[in-house]
Every structure is written in structure tokens, then in C-alpha cells.
Design a protein around this ligand. Sequence first.
Ligand SMILES: NC(=O)c1ccc[n+]([C@@H]2O[C@H](COP(=O)([O-])OP(=O)(O)OC[C@H]3O[C@@H](n4cnc5c(N)ncnc54)[C@H](OP(=O)(O)O)[C@@H]3O)[C@@H](O)[C@H]2O)c1
Length: 232
Amino acid sequence: MKRVCIIGISGKLGQYMAELALERGYEVVGVCRPESTGKLARFGERITLHPGRTNDREVIRKALRGCDGVLTVLVPWGVEGYATGTAQAVLDHAEPDARLVFSCGWHISRDGKDRHPWKLRAFVAVFGRIARLLRFADLEDQVEAARRIFALDRDWTVVRGSDLEEGPSEGLPVWARHVGDPVLSSNRTRRIDFARFMVHALTDPALIREAPAIVGCNTPSARAAAGKDADA
Ligand SMILES: NC(=O)c1ccc[n+]([C@@H]2O[C@H](COP(=O)([O-])OP(=O)(O)OC[C@H]3O[C@@H](n4cnc5c(N)ncnc54)[C@H](OP(=O)(O)O)[C@@H]3O)[C@@H](O)[C@H]2O)c1
């Protein structure tokens, strides 16, 4: 892994990923909306920016040239298929052997075997409907984006984040294949550690074609699971 592109680099997750990728010695390329480039001023010449909307296929094509890894922040903003357009542009223009890592939330399901907490189900039902009505966001768009990724025989990972919080890193989150696994029940991850997991996924072959649902490694549910393992 030498050169990575971060699609949506100006957001909170994107900026954390940029810091972590630079720490690892990667060359960092990024795409963000033109109006957001100022948020990245502190990186100066340490990153190469391609300003543009993340579903702009021409911008993505140029940015992904020569990249071994692509970290994509999938967001469901608007009702014009922004997440699907972003994912499709990445899938179409990434180098054939590039590692592709996408972010989303627990509400995405790969095989329908997740058991979502009632609060999340209620949030998706209520927020999803209101957001779509107000044309503010479309959660189904993120679902469709993920469906297209899952269908491909490429080296992808779709990282599904729990509820997020700010704060110093606690370490690499733990993960499970399905929401509903007791290890995840604390439903809390530091955003910096979400970013850590995304960057880690670039070089972990065990995560290829997986959709890990993550939780902070220091949360009560993760600690309880680790304790049980130690007893065993
Ligand atoms: N927030 C949570 O609690 C939560 C929970 C679980 C999973 N996740 C996942 O974590 C990832 C990062 O989410 P986040 O909430 O932490 O946000 P974030 O990192 O701050 O990223 C938000 C992204 O959305 C872009 N954006 C904002 N408004 C937009 C608009 N109107 N049109 C197009 N792009 C827009 C931002 O670009 P600009 O910089 O240009 O504004 C930025 O790239 C997402 O994949 C999300 O699904 C979030």
C-alpha cells in the first residue's frame, strides 16, 4: 500500500483517515466538495486534493489513477443518488487490484441476518421518512450503494459503524459479522477509531469481502466478550 485516495476527505471521518494514512507513510490523495477544501488547510502540501463532488465520475477517475487503496465515506445526503453515484464511480474507476474500503452505518445489511436494536429501527423508519420527504437525505440510496458493492467480485470491505462519539483513540475497534452479536451491544465507537479501522482494513486480508459491524474495543460489551474469551 503506497498511495491511497480518500473520497470525502473533508468530513470528520475523512480528516481522521488522512492523518492516520499519513502516519503510515502513505501518499494521500483526496476528493471533497470544492467549498470544503478550506477545512483541509492544515494538511498543506502533505495531501493532493481533487476538488469536486464525490459522484463526479471525471474527478474520481483522475483521483484514483495509480491508487492502491481507496477509502470512501458513503453519505446519503440529498435525494439524487449521491451515495450510489459515489460508489459506482469508485467501482468503475479504481485500479483493478485496488483495495476498496467503504464506510456506512449498522443499518446496512449484507445478508439480512442482522438483528438491529429497536432504537436504530425506529430511527431509520422515522428519520428516513422525514429526511426523504424534506429531500434532505435518502437512506435507501446508501442501501443501494452497498448492494452494488456486495455484488462485485473485487477486494472490497464495507465497514459498518455504530453510533459515534468524539474523544481520544481507544484502539482498533472489534467487529462482528452481524448486528445483534452481543459483542456489539454497547453501540458506541470513537470516530477516530472508526477511521483507524477503515485504514487498517486496507491491509488486512481477513476483511476482504466482509461487512464488519464495529464497536469500540473499550466499551462494556467488547470488554465482556474479551473477558469471556479469556475465561474460555
Ligand atoms: N454520524 C454517525 O453517528 C454515524 C454512525 C454510524 C456510521 N456513520 C457513517 O460514518 C461515515 C461518516 O459520517 P459522519 O456522520 O461522521 O460524517 P463526516 O465524517 O463529517 O462526513 C460527512 C461527509 O458528508 C459530506 N456532506 C455533508 N453534507 C453534504 C451534502 N449536502 N452533499 C454532499 N456531501 C455532503 C461531507 O462533505 P463536506 O466536508 O464537503 O461537507 C463529508 O464528506 C458515513 O459513512 C456514515 O454513514 C455515521
